[in-house]
Design a protein around this ligand. Structure first.
Ligand SMILES: CSC[C@H]1O[C@H](OP(=O)(O)O)[C@H](O)[C@@H]1O
Length: 341
């Protein structure tokens, strides 16, 4: 397999390495990953995270195992086990489906390796195209708001929603970004704040419950978020708290955009109700943990609801920024997404 290097995932000198996103921003730790069990644990604990990235990390690991001599049955099992780690981000299913097809080829080792390489390099290009299309929607001086983390850490390229923000800044549009900290795992407060700091993009970190009053005060011009799965009718699943923002944006007449590559589309899903929503460990809500240690504040017997994602209905979306262009309500309601996937 060729050398492949992204912000939080690389294949170099014969090993697959991943940057531990759970420990960022205060600890930079790379893990060498040599087994399905190791990659599954990294994905399950969000050390490896981000809808495009989890699919690519799994794909590189499978390709590495193929080159190491794993037989077809072992590879088929690896694909199944990695696909089962997280149920919502369809990019993972997309990548695993491509590897299953490669595994059926006569020269299946080469086919699996070249498929993994293509998926990785394709994502870089998809990010570039989304960023360019989305940046056209940003006006000079805009105050933007984003949720969770959708940058280079979560993809093989510059990111999805954060890639749009990066490109708008690079185009000299003099933007400022309100960053939702994104409870419970703080991808915004830890990772988006870190990425925007690295890029010298002005931002202000807020708690998720502060977004409403900023919108009411006229301090938010546009909202850009990512997605983990977009259904055929344009409904989409994204980090929990996204639906809150969409409802608030509608109430305050603020443009609300979802940014995602074609690998996030799942037109086999007719609408958002068909998207499986991952539920996670209650300890993520009853306390917090990371490079700073951990503490639990809620009663140990507290009942907890911890969905990792929520679903935003298409009628709350101003535009879908994909790698093939920007689609409005009229295009999506007339079935434009069906032609893409
Ligand atoms: C470009 S990442 C898309 C999506 O994935 C994130 O979820 P997680 O941090 O749980 O992997 C988040 O929902 C992002 O919007």
């Amino acid at each position: 397999m060729k050398t492949l290097v992204a912000r939080s995932l690389k294949y170099q000198e014969g090993v697959v390495s991943v940057l531990d996103q759970y420990l960022l921003p205060h600890q930079t730790t790379w893990h060498i990953c040599q087994s399905v069990e190791e990659m599954a644990e990294l994905i399950l604990t969000l050390k490896v995270r981000g809808a495009p990235l989890i699919g690519l990390a799994a794909a590189l690991l499978v390709a590495h195992l193929a080159e190491q001599g794993a037989d077809k049955e072992a590879l088929a099992k690896a694909i199944d086990e990695l696909e089962a780690t997280r149920p919502t981000a369809v990019n993972l299913m997309h990548c695993m489906a491509k590897l299953r097809i490669a595994l059926q080829q006569p020269n299946w080792v080469e086919a699996v390796v070249s498929t993994a390489e293509s998926l990785f390099e394709e994502d870089i290009a998809l990010c570039e195209r989304m960023a360019n299309f989305g940046a056209e929607l940003v006006s000079a001086g805009d105050n933007l708001l984003t949720h969770c983390n959708t940058g280079a850490l979560a993809t093989a390229g510059i990111g999805t929603a954060l890639g749009v923000i990066h490109q708008a800044h690079a185009a000299g549009k003099n933007i400022h970004v309100w960053v939702d900290e994104t409870r419970p795992l703080l991808q915004g407060g830890r990772l988006t704040a870190y990425e925007l700091s690295c890029w010298d993009i002005p931002y202000t970190l807020i708690c998720d419950n502060m977004a409403a009053s900023l919108m009411a005060a006229g301090k938010v011009d546009k909202i850009f978020v990512g997605a983990d799965r977009i259904a055929a009718n344009g409904d989409f699943a994204n980090k929990v708290g996204t639906y809150n923002l969409a409802v608030l944006a509608k109430h305050h007449n603020i443009p609300f955009y979802v940014v995602a590559p074609v690998t996030t589309l799942d037109t086999a899903c007719p609408n958002g109700q068909a998207i499986p929503i991952e539920e996670r460990n209650p300890l993520e809500v009853t306390g917090v943990s990371g490079s700073f240690g951990q503490c639990q504040w809620a009663p140990s017997n507290a009942n907890v609801f911890n969905p990792a994602f929520d679903v935003t209905p298409a009628d709350l979306v101003t535009g879908w920024v994909l790698d093939s262009g920007v689609y409005d309500q009229e295009a999506v309601s007339s079935g434009a997404l069906l032609a893409l996937n």
